[in-house]
Design a protein around this ligand. Structure first.
Ligand code: ADP
Ligand code: MG
Length: 326
């Protein structure tokens, strides 16, 4: 029981092998929401958040193709577009699937801003690739406007932006208020729209925030009992994609930190998820990373990877998965 923040991977809503049509995305959203509602039926209160990588990537490509007829918009506006689109799809689907039920909480998607530190070292080293590939001439033209573009292993030029740490969820109070009043809130999509404090003002910044880091901040801010990160792999693995690959069923925060320090989890993908789950466990909660269609089993303890506070028993969770595969 208790409040769970559930984070849906952007790739789960638009899978890499798919074209990106509306009907594909509606089908994926429906499958995700069905999982989320089953968790809700177990008696948990849910706050939903989601990634936006593939969706914001497509918007950037649309802008690139449509320029100069339609001026490209800055990243905060692109992020806001994806929060609106995905928030709407999730909100509509939750409400539609709950339509027949006796007690009917309303889903509501909130456009969410997240404050970052303007001095964050990430701004000095933009590292997160976004959008499509362009030729050198186009890239150089963008660079004259202050953007960073890099040549990517012979595939062309691609924009890179900073991925600073989220510091503060600007709309947290509104989220809390809506949760307290029984709404199923969808918030901080795509990691939130980044902004930095400038004097007494809040100014948008050209950056993307990792949605798993923001999900962790959201869970802390709301005092959640758990954070469930749903992605496209069943478990977190040691020696990922090597013959020694070893899936993890349950580990303590300290064990997870050690594996993280040893470099088992990729920095741009699994790393932030494990970090978010560790933060959760350090606060006395539970962090679970699982495959989207295994959400219910993951909460029951029979699928996924669970990160628990130090001192908690980890042997109760399908111990076989903690031993190397034959
Ligand atoms: P999402 O859109 O859900 O955030 P990501 O692509 O960012 O998805 O992260 C999930 C990916 O992390 C998996 O598809 C997997 O390829 C990758 N990954 C990196 N390291 C590991 C690991 N040690 N164990 C499992 N998956 C890993
Ligand atoms: Mg990710």
């Amino acid at each position: 029981m208790g409040l769970w923040v559930v984070a849906l991977g952007g790739n789960a809503i638009l899978q890499p092998k798919q074209k990106g049509t509306a009907s594909e995305q509606w089908a994926n959203v429906t499958a995700a929401v069905q999982q989320v509602l089953q968790i809700r039926n177990m008696g948990h209160t849910i706050v939903l958040t989601h990634g936006n990588g593939p969706q914001v990537g497509n918007i950037l490509k649309q802008q690139e193709t449509a320029a100069p007829a339609i001026p490209p918009l800055p990243l905060d506006l692109c992020g806001a577009q994806t929060q609106g689109m995905l928030g709407y799809m999730l909100q509509h689907t939750v409400n539609r699937l709950l339509a027949g039920s006796a007690e009917r909480p309303q889903a509501v998607a909130l456009v969410t801003q997240v404050a970052v530190d303007a001095q964050d070292p990430a701004f000095r080293q933009p590292s997160k690739p976004i959008g499509g590939f362009v030729n050198e001439g186009t890239a150089r033209e963008h660079m004259t406007r202050g953007e960073t573009w890099v040549e990517d292993a012979g595939r062309g030029w691609r924009r890179v932006v900073a991925s600073p740490q989220p510091r503060d969820i600007v709309n947290l109070h509104a989220i809390q208020h809506l949760v307290d009043h029984g709404f199923l809130v969808i918030a901080a999509g795509g990691g939130g729209i980044p902004a930095a404090h400038e004097d007494s003002d809040l100014a948008p910044v050209e950056a993307v925030i990792d949605k798993d880091r923001t999900a962790s901040l959201l869970a802390s801010g709301l005092g959640a009992a758990g954070l469930l990160i749903l992605t496209d792999v069943e478990q977190v693995c040691l020696h990922y994609r090597t013959p020694e690959e070893q899936p993890l069923a349950a580990i303590t925060a300290t064990q997870a930190q050690r594996y993280l320090d040893e470099g088992h989890f990729q920095r741009g993908s699994m790393g932030p998820k494990v970090e978010a789950a560790i933060t959760m466990a350090r606060r006395g909660g539970v962090g679970i990373i699982a495959k989207l269609d295994q959400a219910v089993a993951a909460l029951a303890g029979t699928s996924g990877t669970r990160i628990v506070p130090d001192g908690h028993d980890t042997t109760a969770f399908s111990a076989s998965a903690n031993t190397p595969r034959a």
